[in-house]
Design a protein around this ligand. Structure first.
Ligand code: L34
Length: 293
């Protein structure tokens, strides 16, 4: 079994990005600038947004965090986005999800200028990605593709099974894995909550991508010998061994599945750090106007 080290690959890519930032600044141009909007005080979301700001700082990006209270009105959130959309100093913006129930997530996502939508959640970017036009590719799917690429994992002609059909991970990664590109060219099956005989399907996967949001859902009996296993899940479970009082586990039962897998991503240190790195990558693209000229 080989561990796919998302932390190591992340720092390598961040190094590459920081070199580009250095060049931009040397030419006396302004560095890329990411704005993140956080609504409410969910501790996991706070951690992710703080990690994003920290990552920006480390590679020389500007970043602005907008913290809005959990009871902020949809109107006020839309005004904040409108302000950022029109601020030429800001290259990219993300609204951390999930949002409180009283806010219409899709209304918010659609209000972001596609040119600044570095999360790649806007229907324009999703649509462009789907038909293979230049687009911001959302962070987690991009991170997965980059890990497969850098570990030189063959995907062409392979059976790829995706667990989960969310707009953020399952659906876009299934599209990317079946594109005529490398990585890509897989035969993709997407399983979800209504799928029958899930175990029979996952047991045929050469590449198993798990984004189902259920703690330690995938067990060894569901996995083919020597499969490549990508675990997107991240759950906090109480732990007396940790100072924080919790530890992180994924959607995959790591201890038993890792014995069967040829490659596997750990949680933490697998897909998570890549998600943040992908966001930095997209923000650099936004700054250079690579996608929308
Ligand atoms: N708008 N909302 C928007 N964009 C996103 O791309 C996200 N996502 C998901 C949740 N909501 C979002 C993230 O940023 C998940 N996600 C994310 C980002 C970072 C990490 C995990 C998920 C991460 O840094 N994971 C670390 C552990 C961090 C910890 O200590 O909790 C890891 O090693 O997996």
């Amino acid at each position: 079994m080989k561990l796919i080290d998302g932390k190591r690959v992340s720092s390598q890519i961040r190094q590459e990005i920081s070199l580009e930032v250095k060049k931009i600044v040397e030419e006396e141009e302004k560095p890329p600038h990411l704005a993140a909007i956080l609504v409410g005080d969910d501790p996991a979301s706070e951690t992710y947004v703080n990690n994003k700001a920290k990552a920006c700082k480390e590679i020389g990006f500007e970043s602005s965090n907008y913290k809005l209270p959990g009871d902020v009105s949809q109107e006020e959130l839309l005004e904040t986005i409108d302000f950022i959309n029109n601020d030429d100093e800001i290259d990219g913006v993300i609204v951390q999800l999930p949002l409180p129930d009283h806010i219409d997530e899709y209304k918010i996502i659609e209000s972001i200028k596609p040119e600044k939508d570095v999360d790649g959640f806007h229907p324009i970017n999703v649509g462009r990605m789907s038909i293979g036009l230049p687009a911001y590719i959302s962070a987690t799917p991009f991170g997965i593709i980059e890990l497969l690429k850098r570990y030189e994992i063959e995907t062409k002609g392979k059976n790829c099974v995706v667990l989960g059909r969310s707009n953020i991970v399952g659906r876009p990664i299934s599209v990317l894995m079946n594109h005529n590109s490398e990585p890509g060219n897989s035969t993709v099956t997407v399983c979800h909550s209504r799928t029958e005989n899930i175990k029979e399907i996952t047991a045929k996967a050469d590449i198993l991508i798990v984004a189902i949001g259920k703690k330690e859902f995938v067990t060894a009996d569901m996995v083919k010998q020597n499969a490549v296993v990508i675990d997107v899940g991240i759950h906090r479970v109480a732990s007396v061994e940790k100072k924080s009082g919790f530890k992180l586990v994924g959607d995959v039962k790591f201890d038993e599945v890792s014995k069967k897998a040829s490659y596997i991503t750990p949680v933490p240190g697998g897909v998570g750090p890549m998600t943040i790195t992908a966001l930095l990558h997209n923000t650099l693209k936004a700054r250079k106007k690579d996608i929308y000229k």
